[in-house]
Design a protein around this ligand. Structure first.
Ligand code: CA
Length: 249
């Protein structure tokens, strides 16, 4: 199975620490995004939808807690706070605001990487709980969404969806049979400040279809409701079932 390259946003105004974090995470194989201010962090989050955010609390233009609160209004992206503040009250406030974990400076590379891996795993578990209740998988036709493994398979083969592609498919699967508007999908996945341009969604969908549909031009699993949005085939109906092979008379 191809490893999914996670995108990590580092929000840190100290150039030395920023460089250290950037180098460390890039060496570990992560896609690294950086922001040194709160405003640029928020715009980066809504436009790039990172898989994890490493957040310094003391930023020049705003407090990190404001960023946590803002992100938590619309996204479950794991947030690991990195801060020189070691008091419990700060830690609790950051976690209450919605941070997933908290690491106090100075910290070691091994500890940092372990926290990030945990945060990434934790999200999947929580997403599973939050988004689909106790359901661990959704099957329709020969496609299966495994929420626990964060994976979509077709005929038992991993479709190798990217994290964002998985999120889209997972969301549609959770709402199978219902039309999800472009706006609802964009809001659900990238938050209210996300660009309302459907183009990004169409690009993702084209890629998803190439990966999961036997014939992307005649979708069997995810239907386009023209001008409105997308709908995943409902396993309770006839949809998604393989057509019997045409037999010559
Ligand atoms: Ca700082």
């Amino acid at each position: 199975m191809a490893a999914i390259k996670h995108k990590i946003l580092i929000v840190e105004d100290d150039p030395g620490i920023l460089t250290f974090l950037k180098t460390t995470l890039a060496a570990e194989g992560y896609d690294v995004l950086v922001a040194s201010r709160g405003d640029s962090a928020l715009s980066c989050i809504s436009s790039h939808c990172p898989d994890c955010i490493l957040l310094d609390l003391g930023l020049p233009d705003m407090d990190g807690e404001e960023i946590i609160a803002s992100v938590r209004k619309w996204a479950r992206i794991p947030i690991v706070v990195i801060s020189a503040r070691s008091m419990e009250v700060d830690k609790a406030a950051a976690l209450d605001a919605g941070a997933d974990d908290y690491i106090t400076k100075p910290f070691g590379t091994i500890e940092l990487l372990a926290r990030i891996r945990t945060a990434l795993r934790h999200t999947y578990t929580r997403a599973e709980k939050d988004e689909i209740g106790l359901r661990e998988r959704y099957c329709v036709g020969e496609m299966e969404i495994n929420y626990k493994l964060y994976r979509v398979t077709v005929r038992g083969e991993d479709a190798h969806l990217t994290p964002n592609e998985f999120r889209i498919v997972a969301l549609l699967g959770r709402n199978a049979g219902r039309v999800m508007t472009y706006k609802a999908i964009l809001r659900e996945l990238w938050g209210p400040s996300a660009s309302m341009d459907n183009k990004i969604l169409r690009v993702h969908m084209a890629s998803i279809r190439r990966k999961i549909e036997p014939n992307p031009n005649e979708p069997r699993y995810i239907f386009t409701e023209v001008g409105v949005g997308y709908r995943m085939a409902d396993s309770a109906s006839e949809e998604g079932r393989a057509e019997p092979d045409a037999q010559p008379d």
